[in-house]
Design a protein around this ligand. Structure first.
Ligand SMILES: NC(=O)c1ccc[n+]([C@@H]2O[C@H](COP(=O)([O-])OP(=O)(O)OC[C@H]3O[C@@H](n4cnc5c(N)ncnc54)[C@H](OP(=O)(O)O)[C@@H]3O)[C@@H](O)[C@H]2O)c1
Length: 291
């Protein structure tokens, strides 16, 4: 099976390439210089020249704050490019696997979100994901949209590193006690995407929208505490001297959902893919960071 990966240099895309190296799949992961999603000609050339059976789109505009001040750039990548990609895939007979996000929800539900829950994005970024999803549903019959939870990886500027950096800083560090989500190691997300690809290769007709996130859901403050405990194994970090301020979010609730919990049951029932504990992945990431 030929697979075109878009966003192969990102945290999920990198781990996906490593996972696919262990399979017999043939994949191509062009850099953004060669395949910019906002460049129609480059996108068409990549899809027609490589003639993929499946396109996996791990690329996206991701900065929720910046998106509020440059909505057109955000919509160009997350909605308009997805629309064009979906039409191209449909025309070429390729399956489109799109990675989307918990950001499509408003976070007002108290339990985990299932695929049956209505989307109601809060800000520009969430809106762009949701509208991108809608374009894919309308334009490409054979699609799999996988909404992921809070992605964690060793990559710079990502959730894990930013929390670790704050924890190492003696200045008071504020975390939210009322924002909940499921940390999802990028490698675990890559495992799930690979498992889906293996089933698509076997002819599974499983088009639709699915959720995947690590078990169990946690508050941002409990996540910070867990990270701190793992760091303390390798670092002489004086945990009692660290000044963690647990606050409740007010302003941020406007663009980022306070409840980002995703229920992965549909994925389990459809593909037989079990959700892994994020704590195991987190421990491994922190060990890799120190050792
Ligand atoms: N991170 C999270 O917490 C999270 C949570 C849920 C869902 N997701 C979704 O999961 C997917 C993967 O996320 P991630 O965290 O792995 O992302 P990431 O590490 O930020 O990587 C994003 C990738 O997209 C590429 N890219 C950005 N703009 C592009 C464009 N115009 N054309 C082509 N490529 C472009 C980047 O290329 P360069 O390396 O060249 O910049 C990079 O390879 C995204 O769709 C994201 O929205 C992420």
């Amino acid at each position: 099976m030929n697979i075109l990966i878009i966003g192969g240099s990102g945290q999920t895309g990198t781990r996906l390439r490593q996972r696919l190296d262990e399979t017999s799949f043939n994949y191509l992961a062009p850099s953004q210089e060669v395949l910019d999603l906002t460049d129609s000609a480059q996108m068409r050339a990549a899809v027609t020249d490589f003639n993929p059976d499946v396109v996996v789109n791990c690329a996206g505009y991701r900065d929720a704050d910046l998106a509020e001040s440059e909505p057109s750039r955000c919509f160009a990548v997350n909605r308009d490019a997805c629309a064009e990609l979906a039409s191209l895939c449909n025309e070429q007979g390729a399956i489109l696997v799109q990675i989307s996000s918990y950001m499509v929800f408003d976070g007002k539900k108290s339990e985990s979100y299932t695929e049956k829950d209505a989307a109601n994005p809060l800000g520009v970024l969430g809106g762009s994901y949701w509208q991108g999803e809608q374009q894919i549903r309308e334009r490409c019959d054979r699609h799999v949209i996988l909404r992921a939870g809070w992605m964690i990886s060793e990559r710079k500027f990502e959730l894990l590193k930013s929390i670790m950096a704050e924890l190492m800083n003696p200045a008071p560090f504020g975390v939210l006690g009322n924002r909940y989500g499921n940390p999802t190691p990028a490698d675990d997300a890559a495992r799930v995407i690979t498992a889906i690809l293996l089933q698509l290769d076997c002819g599974a007709e499983v088009w639709g929208t699915y959720h995947y996130a690590g078990v169990n859901a946690v508050s941002e403050s409990d996540l910070a505490a867990t990270i701190l405990r793992e760091m303390a194994i390798y670092d002489e970090i004086a945990t009692d001297q660290l000044n963690i301020i647990i606050a409740d979010a007010e302003d941020e609730s406007r663009i980022v959902p306070l409840n980002s919990k995703l229920d992965s049951t549909k994925l389990l029932h459809t593909f037989g893919i079990h959700a892994n504990s994020w704590e195991v992945g987190l421990a491994r990431l922190i060990k890799e960071y120190y050792v």
